[in-house]
Design a protein around this ligand. Structure first.
Ligand code: XMP
Length: 321
C-alpha cells in the first residue's frame, strides 16, 4: 500500500487528532489497547492521541530495556503523570540483553530487539492483560527506510509482510504513519505535549543499541550512556536535528598518566536535517569539539579517543547500526 504523506503545511492538527481518535475508537471497539511510551516525540504523541480516544482503556507502559538514556524511565513516568497519564514501568533488561548476547551483525541485532519487544515483552503483557490492540508511533520515514532495505526499523511489521495478529496475538494501530517528524511535532504541540518533549531530538527504537558497534553488553551500553549524557548536555540548544555518541569496536593505543592505555573510541555525530531522510554534519565550533573530547576522555572510563563525523547522509546514516 502506497502511503501519502501529510506535510506539516497541509496538517490541520486539531482535525487530524479528532479523526485519528475516532479511528482508534472504531478499531478498538469496547476492548482495551496497550502502547509503549519511550519518551520520544512519536510515541509521546501517540500516547496522548490514544488517551484522548480511549481514556483508561489504554494501558501505557514504559519498557525498561536497559538500553535507555540516563534517568529516562523516571523522567518520562513523572512527566506523563503531570499530564494525567499513568505509565507503568515494565522491567525487561534481562530479556533484551539475553536476546542481544553474542550478536554483532547490525541486522541481527535489530531483529533480536524487535523479537524481544513484540514477542517476549508485549506478547506477555497482552496475554496477561487481554488487550487486542497495540498503538505505536511508526512514521513515514521509518517505513520508507525499512522498505528500501536501508535498515529494519524496530517498529515495522506489516510493511515487511509480518501479520502481528497471527504472529504475536494483537493488532497494530499506527496513527502517525503518514507524517514525518516536523508534522508530528506540530501535532504534539496542538495536543499539549510540553516543549521539553516536542522539541526533543529523535531517539531510535533500538535505543543505545543503535549506537554500539559490535556486541551490546550492559558494560558497553553503560559506557555509551555516559558519553551520550555529555554530548546531549553540550549540544542541547545547538538547534541541531539530532546528536549522538557511538561506541566503536576497535580499540586504539592512548596514554594516561604517562602509560599506555589500549582504550575505546567514541564517535560523536551531530546532524542538520529536516526529516532524517538526508543529513549534513553540523558545523560545530572547534572549541566546543575540544571541550567535548576533553570531557568524554576525562569522565568516561576507558575512552582514549573521540572523533567527529563529517560525512553527509547519504552515504552515512544517522545512527551507526
Ligand atoms: P538512520 O540511522 O536510518 O535514522 O539514518 C533515521 C532516523 O530514524 C531513527 N531511527 C529509528 N527510529 N526505530 C525508530 O523508531 C528504529 O529502529 C530506528 N532506527 C533509526 C534515527 O534516530 C533517525 O532519526
Amino acid at each position: 500500500m502506497k502511503l501519502r504523506e501529510i506535510t506539516p503545511e497541509e496538517l490541520n492538527p486539531e482535525a487530524y487528532a479528532e479523526e485519528q481518535a475516532r479511528e482508534i475508537r472504531r478499531a478498538v471497539g469496547d476492548g482495551t489497547a496497550i502502547n509503549a511510551l519511550s519518551g520520544g516525540v512519536d510515541s509521546s504523541v501517540v500516547t496522548l492521541l490514544g488517551h484522548r480516544a480511549l481514556g483508561d482503556r489504554l494501558h501505557t507502559v514504559f519498557v525498561e530495556n536497559g538500553l535507555m538514556r540516563d534517568g529516562e524511565a523516571d523522567r518520562i513516568v513523572k512527566l506523563f503523570a503531570g499530564l494525567d497519564v499513568k505509565v507503568e514501568l515494565v522491567r525487561a533488561e534481562d530479556v533484551f540483553f539475553g536476546a542481544l548476547a553474542g550478536l554483532t551483525d547490525p541486522e541481527q541485532k535489530r531483529e533480536a530487539i524487535t523479537r524481544a519487544f513484540y514477542q517476549d515483552v508485549f506478547g506477555r503483557l497482552v496475554r496477561g492483560g487481554g488487550a487486542k490492540h497495540l498503538l505505536q508511533g511508526t512514521n513515514l520515514t521509518d517505513v520508507e527506510e525499512t522498505v528500501a532495505g536501508v535498515k529494519r526499523q524496530h517498529n515495522i511489521l506489516s510493511q515487511l509482510g509480518i501479520d502481528p495478529e497471527r504472529r504475536y496475538g494483537y493488532r497494530v494501530i499506527e496513527p502517525v504513519l503518514c507524517l514525518r517528524k516536523a508534522a508530528i511535532r506540530r501535532l504534539g504541540r496542538a495536543l499539549g505535549l510540553p516543549g521539553e518533549l516536542c522539541g526533543r531530538p529523535p531517539f531510535p527504537g533500538p535505543a543505545l543499541a543503535a549506537r554500539v558497534v559490535g556486541e551490546v553488553t550492559p558494560e558497553r551500553v553503560a559506557l555509551i550512556r555516559r558519553a551520550t549524557a555529555i554530548v546531549e548536555e553540550l549540544l542541547e540548544g545547538s538547534g541541531a536535528f539530532q546528536y549522538l555518541a557511538i561506541l566503536h569496536e576497535d580499540r586504539v593505543t592512548g596514554m594516561r598518566d604517562g602509560k599506555r592505555e589500549f582504550g575505546c573510541q567514541v564517535e560523536v555525530r551531530c546532524w542538520d536535517s529536516e526529516d532524517a531522510r538526508t543529513g549534513r554534519p553540523t558545523r560545530l565550533s572547534f572549541d566546543l569539539l575540544d571541550t567535548m573530547a576533553a570531557r568524554i576522555t576525562g569522565e568516561v572510563p576507558g575512552v582514549v579517543s573521540v572523533t567527529y563525523n563529517v560525512t553527509t547522509k547519504p552515504p552515512s546514516t544517522i545512527e551507526a547500526i
